[in-house]
Design a protein around this ligand. Structure first.
Ligand code: ADP
Ligand code: GLC
Length: 489
């Protein structure tokens, strides 16, 4: 039997991306299709999505508008890989310039509950043959934006009669437990869900409405994006108040590591970088490094280790710790290149450091896909000192591009990078630098290890080659999702 699965999310690379979610929602369905699944995606019709999909055609009018008068479902394709994508055209909700979740002042839009309820509701409608030509067996929702899909499926079952099964089985994937989609209780009434769903055993969370909790409560299976994070979120320290629910559902919860789309992230075939290279022909990497130093007006020194950052500048990413350690990088003769956007205090902190050390520190504030590739290609070390990290893709891209990842030992970072300790070097397993305690001196010690290894160029080259040879492709993870779907249908 061919499994039909609908991925419900708010971002899709390359049409709309604020973080790793978009990379996953593009690559995972494609990998599932390669395994024989019939996978499609459902997205809100944000400007970038509406402009980027090809062959868009209307499928059905959406009867419920959550306060707006006009909403339709359309079907198109993702140019490049032909992935079928349903899009909700509801311009009053989605056709806003800039960030999909926040207004110009970086404040969440006041109608986010309605904007994303429409997404979850439309997913449940698709499971009930809104498109006469296609309906999913599995509705696979990602993060809080799609969190109500499972609740609407359950509500549909209730309407059909007490003993009915929902029209599709459901999977919910946690990409980040820190974003919970919490709204005032008063907004519950606008969602059209059965009143008794506003309950501790339902969508209610400490008196408020939580889309994330709805996702976790109503899904048949829960996944998250690394095995370590799956354990961490069952603890008080990292459960965000949902640890008891997650623990209670422990045997429906599994951690499946994200993969890398090597069609997008391979230095041997990357048009966005200054020169192509591979593990057996590394000279291009030196050219990428020189190009990066030139692009940012850093001192042109091939033997100064370049540390790179490509990141959302948020509390999660631990870059305040890097700001504290930055003088150490500079005084040891290293260079730092930062690309990111987010919290004003971090943006200002890095901008100030760049003004103080223009020859050694460079910062670009913004979101720039091409530059992200250029930095990973040109850097010797990629820094990911996150406080917590569900999976993390940057360190995986770094491994592929021969930039040694330097990471905090949490979540997916712990699952994917092996520290260059003496014993791991001796055993031939080291791929990067890992620090344990989230404290400045622990990060500084890891930076010092990076300098020490850099000075031992043979060990450096071996470690780098090992990382480049690792395979974090999607095939293995997609198999695991397929096994989960099969269990459900
Ligand atoms: P998260 O999803 O928490 O942001 P990940 O490491 O999983 O972290 O994914 C981040 C993705 O976003 C990567 O593809 C990374 O290259 C990209 N990215 C982050 N910030 C920027 C930026 N300022 N410009 C371009 N790409 C960025
Ligand atoms: C989230 C997480 C990140 C993960 C990404 C894709 O944004 O912060 O760790 O890699 O989702 O799953």
């Amino acid at each position: 039997m061919t499994i039909r699965v609908l991925h419900v999310a708010s971002e899709l690379y390359p049409l709309l991306k604020t973080g790793g979610l978009a990379d996953v929602t593009a690559a995972l369905p494609a990998a599932l299709i390669e395994l024989g699944a019939d996978a499609r995606v459902l997205l809100p019709g944000f400007a970038g999505v509406a402009a980027g999909l090809s062959e868009l055609r209307p499928i059905a009018r959406l009867e419920r508008g959550f306060g707006i008068s006009e909403a339709t479902l359309e079907l198109g394709r993702l140019p490049g890989n032909d992935l079928p994508v349903y899009m909700i055209r509801a311009d009053a909700f989605y056709a806003r310039p800039g960030n999909p979740y926040l207004d110009d002042e970086h404040v969440p839009y006041g109608d986010n509950a309605q904007r994303f309820a429409l997404l979850g509701w439309a997913a449940a409608q698709l499971a009930q043959h809104l498109d006469p030509d296609w309906a999913p067996h599995i509705v696979h929702a990602h993060d809080w934006h799609a969190g109500l899909a499972g609740a609407y499926l359950r509500a549909a079952a209730r309407e059909r009669g007490a003993a009915s099964a929902p029209p599709a089985r459901s999977v919910f994937t946690i990409h980040n437990l820190a974003y919970q989609g919490i709204f005032p209780a008063q907004q519950f009434g606008e969602l059209g869900l059965p009143p008794d769903f506003f309950d501790m055993h339902g969508v209610e969370f400490y008196g408020q409405l939580s889309f994330l909790k709805a996702g976790l409560f109503y899904a048949d299976k829960i996944t998250t994006v690394s095995p370590t994070y799956a354990r961490e979120i069952q603890t008080v320290a990292q459960g965000g108040g949902l640890e008891a629910l997650l623990k209670g559902r422990a045997h429906d919860l599994v951690g499946i590591l994200n993969g890398v789309d090597y069609r997008v992230w391979s230095p041997a075939a990357d048009a966005a970088i200054a020169a192509r290279y591979s593990v057996t022909r590394m000279s291009g990497k030196l050219r990428c490094k020189a190009a990066l130093q030139q692009r940012f007006n850093l001192t042109q020194k091939h033997d100064a280790p370049v540390f790179g950052v490509v990141s959302r500048l948020t509390e999660q990413k631990g870059l305040d710790l890097l700001l504290a350690a930055l003088p150490d990088i500079v005084s040891r003769g290293g260079q730092l290149v930062v690309l990111g956007t987010g919290d004003a205090s971090l943006e200002q902190g890095f901008a100030r450091a760049a003004r103080q050390h223009p020859e050694a520190v460079a910062v670009e504030l913004g979101f720039d896909e091409t530059l992200a590739h250029a930095i990973v290609a040109g850097a010797d070390v990629m820094m990911v000192p996150s406080r917590f990290e569900p999976c993390g893709l940057t360190q995986l891209y770094a491994l592929a591009y021969g930039a040694l990842p330097l990471v905090h030992r949490v979540g997916g970072l712990a699952d994917t990078v092996t520290d260059a300790s003496l014993e791991n070097l001796a055993d031939g397993t080291a791929t990067g630098f890992v620090f344990e305690r989230f404290e400045p001196d622990a990060l500084t010690a890891a930076i010092r290890r990076a300098f020490a290894l850099y000075a031992r160029s043979r060990d450096w080259r071996e470690t780098r080659a090992r990382g480049m040879r690792e395979d974090f492709g999607w095939a293995a993870s997609a198999q695991r999702y397929m096994a989960l779907y099969r269990e459900l249908v």
